[in-house]
Design a binder for this molecule. Structure first.
Ligand code: KIV
Ligand code: ZN
Length: 516
């Protein structure tokens, strides 16, 4: 008999805490929709009290997503709980994730609270939260560095106060599989009312053991695993959910557990998260890396041709990796295009569909073979864009570059108030000249922090994809751009970062949480 393991995805909360990642509301909604398609049990949509932006995003997700339950993070303070309730009250099943640290170092230096005060606050806040939320998860932050007897004591009390789920995070990625497993076993053996709750694990990857620690927790009675897609998150990130899920599936002979996940949605989910966050997945990443199903050496290729199982323990189809099929071309009509959009998992309004079709047609002028990856990128851009806010638009650019002359760029932009402005600047290289020129035309103060360029798929007519991190008026924003040409993709990425800043300013101002 297989035990059901609930998957708690925190890509939009802990994952979004990755340095430099800054998703706007439309991007978060798109990821949440995909997590629902993946059949994640619980989506941690954000930390509503941390900023107006997070509040609005959690609220929009809670009102849109119906097949996964939506949970919001909250410190153990009444005002956070109230704010979370305002964001989550319209969810199908509003859930709250309350946390308070229990390790000696956190209690003494960060919270400046005695252990008794930590117990009292946790109990009071769980009781308060239970007046509103039907499901309350309580997390002992830095549990893996906490005293086990103290943990047993506080857990017993928060269960009596009404908590439904107890999460024991390895907040700093310090524990080992054996130690973490033993901690859960100890808690199960020393907390008399433990059967009234579900146990959850939450692992960070500082020592590269987050997935192994999560599996050890499952072996010791945990029925909920928290993690993120692609393992993104604070510092070294969180447990990669795709790895946990596939380990359980492939080694079901060893692990008698199953999840609700629709595993063939894993690749799409990974792609979407990578593209929207700008955190690309390393080629050799387990389960969804580009090389995970490539066999390079002759001996391996020979073995796989004779019997795939010689070297392939996971089939690409299981996780939704399909060969990058050649699809639509110059002569494809609207109907075929619409079918493809649905097949790629997008639900577009008529207006956005027209926009996408136009862009696809433009693409076929440069590119004979339009692949699933190309279309996925266009559709994702359109789906997460908004016409409601006036933005900068690239009208024209020209870059002169040669090994014997000074790189010079001329750019013409349409500003958010519909003026066309133009100027020219020089730089040390073509991208620098281009970015200096764009920066000179933009009112916002910008400073480039990171720049990446890659191709989507292969071939000489592959699309270029650029990612940038830009400080816009002091805020770190990431931007992305796609085009047939590398410089054009680079220009779009820079302008996209500034536009994302404008969208953010129009919706909210992000406030800094100082007391977390
Ligand atoms: O890692 C951690 O401890 C957390 C808590 C907020 C649950 O993310
Ligand atoms: Zn965490």
């Amino acid at each position: 008999m297989m035990t059901q393991i609930k998957i708690f995805d925190t890509t939009l909360r802990d994952g979004e805490q990755s340095p430099g990642v800054n998703l706007n509301q439309l991007e978060k909604l798109e990821i949440a929709r995909q997590l629902e398609r993946l059949r994640v049990d619980r989506i941690e949509a954000g930390f509503p009290a941390s900023s107006k932006g997070d509040f609005e995003a959690v609220k929009a997700i809670a009102e849109t997503i119906k097949d996964s339950s939506i949970i919001g993070l909250s410190r153990a303070v009444q005002s956070d709980i109230d704010t979370a309730w305002d964001a989550l009250r319209n969810a199908e099943e509003p859930c709250l994730h309350l946390f308070l640290a229990t390790s000696p170092i956190h209690m003494k230096y960060k919270l400046k609270m005695t252990p008794d005060e930590v117990i009292e606050t946790s109990v009071n806040m769980v009781k308060y939260a239970k007046r509103k939320f039907s499901i309350v998860e309580w997390s002992a932050e830095d549990a893996s560095r906490s005293d086990w007897d103290f943990l047993a004591k506080i857990i017993r009390e928060v269960i009596d106060a009404g908590a439904n789920v107890i999460n024991l995070p390895d907040t700093v990625g310090y524990t080992t599989p054996e130690e973490y497993g033993k901690m859960f076993r100890y808690i199960r053996e020393h907390v008399p009312n433990i059967d009234r709750v579900a146990l959850s694990c939450h692992c960070h990857d500082d020592l590269g053991m987050a997935v192994a620690n999560s599996l050890a927790a499952i072996e010791n009675g945990v029925t909920q695993v928290e993690g993120t897609i692609n393992g993104i998150g604070e510092r070294a990130g969180n447990a990669a959910l795709e790895e946990v899920a596939i380990a359980l599936k492939i080694r079901s002979d060893f692990y008698p557990y199953e999840t609700n996940l629709k595993l063939d949605e894993l690749k799409r989910t990974s792609d979407l998260v990578a593209k929207l966050t700008g955190m690309s997945v390393q080629a050799n990443k387990a389960v969804i890396g580009r090389n995970a199903y490539a066999h390079e050496s002759g001996i391996h290729q020979d073995g796989v041709l004779k019997n795939a199982e010689t070297y392939e323990i996971i089939t690409p189809e299981l996780v939704g990796v399909h060969s990058n099929a050649l699809i639509l071309g110059k002569h494809s009509g609207r109907h075929a295009f619409k079918e493809k959009v649905i097949e790629l998992g997008f639900t577009l309004s008529e207006e956005k569909l027209n926009q996408a079709f136009q862009q696809f047609k433009q693409m076929t002028d440069h590119k004979k073979e339009v692949t699933d990856d190309d279309l996925f990128t266009i559709l994702m851009e359109i789906q997460t864009n908004t016409s409601a806010i006036k933005k900068y638009q690239l009208e024209m650019f020209q870059v002169q570059y040669g090994s014997a002359n000074i790189p010079t760029a001329t750019v013409s932009l349409k500003t958010p108030d519909d003026h066309v402005v133009q100027t020219a600047c020089t730089g040390n290289g073509s991208v620098e000249a281009l970015y200096k020129t764009i920066a000179a035309l933009i009112i916002e103060e910008t400073n480039l922090l990171d720049y990446q360029i890659s191709s989507i798929g292969g071939g000489k007519d592959a699309l270029a994809e650029s990612y940038v991190k830009v400080k816009v008026n002091g805020e770190m924003i990431n931007g992305r751009g796609t085009a047939a040409d590398v410089l054009e993709a680079s220009a779009h990425a820079y302008i996209n970062a500034v536009n994302k800043y404008l969208i953010q300013q129009n919706t909210v101002r992000k406030e800094v949480i100082t007391s977390k």
